[in-house]
Design a protein around this ligand. Structure first.
Ligand SMILES: [Cu+2]
Length: 124
């Protein structure tokens, strides 16, 4: 009996201290691991507001329309102002066209997206 237990005891004595040494090392390594950098906060997308108006002029060199727009409740009174538009809108519409779109304030200025012909006023 005694001779059979002895090797096991020796093994335990040998491995035991190793485990005690290694385990705290593993723990502290985990603690020291640099925290994953916080994901950069995506800038909030500018809020887009439905707009309805009439193009008063096309300002091709600024890729923009001057638009006489209706009041945008809580955002803007009715006025005529410039909106940057994409190339497709620029070549699709002309002065005098009634349009709808989604306006937003971007870093480059006011932008009008999803420009569409305004639905004709409902007939009574
Ligand atoms: Cu305005």
């Amino acid at each position: 009996m005694k001779s059979r237990l002895l090797p096991a005891l020796r093994l335990t004595l040998f491995l035991g201290p190793c485990a005690l040494v290694l385990f705290p090392a593993a723990l502290s390594a985990a603690e020291k691991a640099p925290a994953a950098p916080a994901p950069a906060e995506a800038p909030a997308a500018p809020k887009r507001h439905p707009l309805r108006g009439v193009i008063t002029s096309v300002v091709a060199d600024k890729s923009a329309f001057m638009v006489k727009h209706e009041e945008i409740p809580g955002v803007m009174r009715a006025m005529t102002m410039m909106f940057q538009v994409d190339a497709t809108a620029l070549k699709t519409f002309k002065a005098g066209d009634a349009i709808t779109g989604l306006m937003s304030r971007q870093s480059t200025g006011w932008v009008l997206e999803e420009v569409k012909p305004a639905a004709p006023a409902a007939k009574k």
